[in-house]
Ligand binder design. Structure first.
Ligand SMILES: Nc1ncnc2c1ncn2[C@@H]1O[C@H](COP(=O)(O)OP(=O)(O)OP(=O)(O)O)[C@@H](O)[C@H]1O
Length: 322
């Protein structure tokens, strides 16, 4: 059964066109000119409970707008949205209790207070039971190894520590859905890995549905299994990462063999083309039924370069700009 459903959703922003010059400013006071900009056009999608979904798209494609619609900050121009059997609404406390949001660019932790103090405020806002609060807090702090830094004012912490505490803040009330918008911006690779494992673990242990928006392919590849690609206000792809790479029809994986001598280690081949240059042989073309027989003793290294998610996205976004 679907946990998040968007049916025929469109969204347009209304922007006020301010002209320059005194005369135009005075005219604006009498009659304002608005322009409508359609950002989402007839979007339909479905996400199951417990899924880990990545939302990808170039800058300005409408990812944050989708998140604002799913959390009830914005209302659709047309179409319907259901999240956990609710129409998203920021005035509905029961709905808000079901979601947790982490915005990489915005903080819900008070800069001057230790995170422990903000957590107590959140406990009271969300009316979290003492036992649940203590259980979740100690579990999450220990998973991230943040037991000590939680008592240090947030402004003194590293970006990685702050982001991890932001994720804990979003999970303290036990949401069913965790939305992460660019969570790893500026984080080093060790902190990124810690965040990936934490999110995967929370999903595995508590079946929290994950919706991740990120330009970092490492985040998408480490966390998500279901990919949505947004382009020019439309969902242009809805499926697995593997299917997306396959659909992009990139060149075949390149196979390179490095050998100990100038002599190629290929002793037999069928339906294959290759070239040998000094101590390296590259398979330049092959079919599904191609075979090669290699003299293993002569091989120093055998490398297969598969097309990556990043390559596939680059091809898609590049075509759009052309
Ligand atoms: N409040 C607003 N008023 C008018 N236009 C807006 C408003 N907010 C966003 N837009 C426009 O809507 C489009 C989509 O913006 P949105 O922030 O959803 O994109 P995004 O995919 O999240 O981009 P990014 O990857 O850069 O964060 C952009 O062209 C943006 O200029």
């Amino acid at each position: 059964m679907s946990y998040i459903t968007m049916k025929g959703v469109s969204y347009s922003y209304q922007t006020y066109q301010k002209k320059s010059g005194l005369k135009a400013n005075l005219a604006d006071l009498i009659k304002r000119h608005y322009q409508s900009k359609q950002v989402l056009d007839n979007i339909s999608l479905s996400i199951k409970q417990g899924e880990k979904v990545g939302l990808l798209g170039p800058n300005g494609s409408g990812k944050s707008t989708i998140i604002k619609l799913l959390t009830g900050i914005l209302q659709t121009t047309s179409g319907t949205i259901s999240v956990a059997n609710n129409t998203p609404d920021t005035n509905n406390a029961d709905f808000l209790a079901k979601i947790g949001v982490v915005m990489g660019q915005k903080s819900q932790l008070n800069w001057d207070l230790p995170a422990a103090d903000t957590f107590k405020i959140l406990k009271s806002i969300y009316k979290i039971k003492e036992a649940d609060y203590q259980k979740r807090l100690s579990k999450y702090l220990s998973m991230f190894q943040l037991e000590e830094v939680v008592y240090v004012p947030v402004r003194k912490l590293s970006l990685g520590e702050r982001t991890k505490l932001e994720v804990i803040a979003a999970l303290l009330h036990g949401p069913e859905l965790l939305i992460l918008d660019e969570p790893t911006i500026g984080m080093d690779i060790v902190s990124q890995h810690a965040l990936h494992s934490f999110i995967n673990e929370i999903n595995r242990l508590e079946n929290v549905t994950i919706l991740l928006v990120s330009h970092q392919m490492a985040d998408i590849e480490a966390i998500t299994s279901h990919l949505l690609v947004l382009l020019d206000g439309h969902i242009t792809f809805d499926g697995s990462v593997h299917q997306f790479i396959k659909k992009a029809q990139l060149p075949k994986p390149q196979i390179t063999i490095t050998h100990h001598t100038d002599q190629s280690p290929i002793i037999a081949q069928e339906h294959t083309q290759f070239k040998t240059d000094s101590m390296q042989t590259t398979i330049t073309d092959y079919e599904d039924e191609s075979t090669i027989t290699l003299k293993l003793k002569d091989i120093q290294n055998f490398q297969i370069d598969n097309p990556s998610l990043e390559d596939s996205l680059y091809e898609l976004f590049k075509k759009r700009k052309e």
